[in-house]
Design a protein around this ligand. Structure first.
Ligand code: HEC
Ligand code: HEC
Ligand code: HEC
Ligand code: HEC
Length: 446
């Protein structure tokens, strides 16, 4: 056989081996398959070996223990929809970035006939795909050891349990199991977890004599301590992987101490967003925008004094903000384009003949419809007030406005100054209203 064909055969063999290894995990049978009234669907927890009311516990609407059965519907709740629409991700059922944690994370080929995404975090999310043991696990000669050999996850083992919970209660490299800072900025609650406490909160088993005989004695200190060790490793292993470590040009903020950047975070479902989306900065949620105070001013001035270049400059500016969400090489390239557009504007503005009316038109442009919505942050707004004030003084110096008239509208300009008097009291809509009023009163003197 030619060596090449041998290599090809070996590759095929390797694929087959890998595929069958994945198959060894089995297929997911769905909650309905566990729910029989002689199985785990009883209404009393009085089973001889296990309680048998596990389904009821899992569904209990009044308790945290029932949270997993509600996980899928969280995606279509008002809060879920708000997050999805902010991220531009479409409807719940298609949101693959969410389903890894809000449903049983089974690939399409691993779903049995009764599997339903709508089950949310079902029994097999934690206990493992059941095809290998569902029909045998409850009767002699099956033992916990033989069940585990057939794919049941040994959740009494602290490491195994921590690994299962952390997939969703911190994140994993598997499909749809990473909750980004961007999702949090769009409204996702922050994720808190502690293995022993959270196990207790969703307890649907009795740590009784026969449990101990089958699985050993539960030990809270061990569970808690191993939980801490596994959480440290999980976080660091994701941090080490380039695809999770950064978002665009920035580090992924999910890994950092939230309060170093946010001295207050509101986690409530109905929280009001504390930032405004900015039409001049097309970038993902939760990334720090480049300080564009001078870019905004230059955009305004280009509109009225170098209109031939205005749209090229604006699109280079949007391209730059977008590239910040993509990566360092993209951002550096886009910075080069924006810089060239600014250089070209600089030459055009420097070569321009003076015109006594231009201060009026520039003030109009700064406060106008195209530019004003870009005042969502403090620095750009402060720059705008300084600009308007400077241009008003120029109008007085050049005799276009009398000192008396300028004094007459001073109160309006001062209101705009007051709106940026302190960064802590900055309020974008109030600022835009004050700026508009100042600009209108100046225009009235034209
Ligand atoms: C890494 C796993 C993970 C991913 C990915 C994830 N979530 Fe969550 N989500 C959780 C956990 C865990 C909670 C519960 C947080 C807590 O209370 O500690 C939660 C809570 C929520 C809640 C609040 C539920 C409630 O009952 O108040 C909503 C809504 C939500 N997620 C929506 C989403 C959406 C939409 C996505 C996709 C954009 C998503 N989640 C992605 C793990 C995840
Ligand atoms: C969020 C993870 C999770 C989900 C979802 C879950 N379980 Fe459990 N289950 C556990 C843990 C952890 C234990 C305790 C450790 C152990 O004994 O395996 C446990 C224990 C059990 C036990 C007792 C085992 C014994 O030996 O006494 C049964 C039975 C059980 N679960 C059935 C179910 C059924 C049925 C469902 C679905 C309706 C379900 N579980 C959903 C995590 C989960
Ligand atoms: C497949 C993903 C997934 C796995 C695995 C998982 N959880 Fe969860 N868990 C969630 C999601 C999502 C929520 C939030 C659901 C909601 O509120 O809508 C949640 C909620 C909870 C809650 C309620 C928290 C609260 O504050 O309301 C507890 C307790 C909990 N999980 C414990 C565990 C434990 C213990 C394990 C491991 C044995 C585990 N979970 C495994 C996804 C998962
Ligand atoms: C390195 C700084 C940094 C860290 C660390 C950080 N964030 Fe953010 N966060 C930001 C920035 C920047 C924004 C976007 C704010 C804006 O656009 O005005 C943001 C936005 C948010 C928002 C939306 C704020 C609003 O106005 O509604 C929430 C919520 C949020 N982050 C939560 C978190 C959580 C939870 C953590 C920790 C897991 C965290 N952040 C860590 C920088 C950070």
């Amino acid at each position: 056989m030619a060596p090449l064909r041998v290599v090809a055969m070996l590759a095929l063999l390797a694929i087959l081996v890998l595929a069958s290894a994945a198959w060894a995990g089995g297929t997911f049978q769905g909650v309905a398959s566990c729910a029989g009234s002689t199985c785990h669907g009883r209404s009393e927890g009085d089973g001889k070996v296990v309680r048998q009311d596990e389904l009821m516990q899992w569904q209990e609407p009044s308790s945290k223990g029932g949270a997993h059965s509600r996980a899928y519907s969280a995606l279509t709740s008002p809060r879920g929809q708000k997050i999805l629409s902010a991220l531009g991700m479409g409807q719940g059922a298609n949101a693959s970035a969410c389903l890894g944690c809000h449903a049983t994370n089974a690939a399409v080929g691993e779903r049995g006939p009764r599997f339903q995404l709508g089950d949310g975090v079902g029994c097999e999310s934690c206990h493992g795909a059941a095809s290998g043991w569902i029909s045998t696990h409850y009767a002699v000669p099956a033992t916990h050891v033989t069940n585990v050999a057939q794919g049941m996850i040994p959740l009494e083992n602290p490491k195994a349990r921590a690994s299962v919970c952390l997939d969703c209660h911190f994140g994993s490299a598997k499909t749809g199991q990473f909750v980004t800072h961007s999702m949090m900025a769009a409204g996702h609650p922050r994720v808190a977890f502690e293995l022993d406490l959270f196990s207790d909160l969703e307890r649907h088993w009795d740590d009784d004599a026969d449990y101990r005989q089958r699985k050993g004695r539960g030990d809270s200190v061990r569970m808690w301590a191993v939980g801490q060790a596994e959480a440290v490793q999980r976080s660091l292993s994701l941090f080490q992987q380039p695809q999770f470590a950064s978002e665009g040009i920035f580090p992924e903020f999910y890994f950092y101490d939230c309060h170093s950047c946010h001295r207050s975070i509101d986690d409530q479902p109905n929280r009001a967003r504390q930032f405004e989306t900015n039409p001049g900065r097309p970038m993902p949620f939760g990334l720090p925008p480049y300080n564009d105070e001078n870019i905004i001013m230059l955009s305004a001035v280009a509109q009225v004094l170098a209109s031939g270049q205005a749209s090229a400059f604006d699109s280079a500016s949007r391209g730059f903000h977008t590239a910040m969400g993509q990566g360092r090489p993209q951002a550096v390239a886009a910075a080069g384009k924006l810089r060239a557009a600014a250089a070209s504007l600089s030459s055009a503005l420097a070569a321009r003949a003076g015109n006594p009316d231009s201060a009026f038109t520039v003030i109009g442009a700064i406060a106008g419809k195209a530019v004003s919505p870009r005042f969502t942050d403090y620095t750009g707004s402060a720059q705008a007030v300084m600009g308007v004030d400077t241009l008003l003084n120029a109008l007085v110096r050049e005799g276009r406005i009398t000192v008396g008239a300028a004094t007459g509208i001073r109160a309006n300009v001062n209101r705009a100054y007051a709106a940026v008097a302190s960064p802590a009291g900055y309020d974008p809509p109030a600022f835009r209203a004050a700026l508009g009023q100042a600009a209108r009163s100046i225009e009235a003197l034209r």
